[in-house]
Write a protein of this length. Structure first.
Length: 270
């Protein structure tokens, strides 16, 4: 098998002898599965080579959390949902890694909360937007922005490709979920007066530090958890949702996430 540039990248799932590349009983089968998914998505132009580097950085931090959703992350997830449920114009931003890792789950969440998804990528390349769109449509995405026929709006605070946004989505949004985001855009979106929620395994990243709510957890665990909590939180009153957001303390959330990592490392020293 070859990619568009004619480079061989082998069979997706099996060795030449027909046996699976990732044996089911491999102790890190799940982690290898996600890597494999991202590599395959890169051959389809959905993910960029830089996306693989970003994933590796995330994996390193996931080790330091014990690869679980901490109670701290769980509180951040609930605050994020409450903010999204109260928003006038919420939107969920989708990049290549996000589409490849949790595209299907995001479509479920988008339908459950009635929130549009906007494809917005850092690394522009011919055919990339179309490849991500096709993947999201294959999962049944209905309310998909940032693609098709629209006159783009510009976020003036930003100089990267991500400044080009959909006027029906990120441009007019009051609350934006931007997972696996680069720091510049988070800063620009905050400067543009938007309430920013991010998912980032690295609590020290600029995005994690600048967002209003940072969920320090792996997106592959966060989106299924959001789907689970959304089913009951949809029925909360505005006052109850407001209370959840007001109780959330972002500086404490980041501090406790770092403390959790330090504690986790210490338990492995003795
Ligand atoms: O598809 P594009 O062109 O929009 O590009 C997407 C990437 C991810 C390459 C781009 O946004 C990028 O370069 O991001 P950064 O600046 O590397 O930031 C990504 C952040 O996400 C890092 O802090 C990682 O630790 C974190 N991260 C990576 N994988 C995960 C993650 N956080 C949560 N879950 C993950 N699976």
């Amino acid at each position: 098998m070859t990619d568009d540039d004619g480079n061989p990248h082998g069979n997706a799932d099996n060795n030449p002898d027909g046996n699976p590349i990732i044996p089911q009983d491999h102790p890190r089968a799940q982690s290898l599965h996600y890597r494999h998914t991202l590599v395959e998505a890169m051959h389809q132009k959905i993910v960029t080579p830089s996306g693989l580097c970003a994933h590796g950085r995330g994996e390193a931090f996931d080790y330091l959390l014990g690869e679980i959703t901490t109670p701290i992350a769980q509180s951040a997830i609930k605050a994020a949902l409450a903010a999204l449920l109260m928003a006038k114009h919420p939107v969920i931003s989708v990049n290549g890694n996000v589409a490849a890792l949790v595209g299907e789950e995001l479509v479920t969440l988008s339908h459950l909360l009635d929130i549009p998804l906007e494809i917005n990528i850092f690394y522009q390349a011919p055919g990339r937007l179309e490849a991500i769109e096709a993947l999201m449509r294959s999962f049944g995405a209905k309310n998909l922005l940032g693609v098709g026929d629209f006159t783009p709006a510009i976020i003036s605070e930003l100089s990267s490709n991500r400044r080009i946004v959909d006027p029906r989505g990120i441009y007019k949004a009051d609350v934006v979920l931007v997972p696996l985001e680069d720091g510049d855009r988070t800063e620009a979106l905050v400067a543009a007066g938007k309430y920013i929620i991010t998912i980032d395994l690295n609590p020290l990243s600029r995005t994690a530090q600048k967002a209003n709510i940072t969920i320090v957890d792996n997106i592959v665990r966060v989106i299924p958890a959001m789907i689970k909590f959304a089913k009951s939180m949809r029925n909360l009153t505005r006052e109850e949702l407001d209370e959840i957001v007001n109780q959330f303390d972002q500086p404490q959330n980041l501090k406790q996430s770092l403390e959790y990592i330090i504690k986790y490392i210490k338990t492995h020293i003795n």
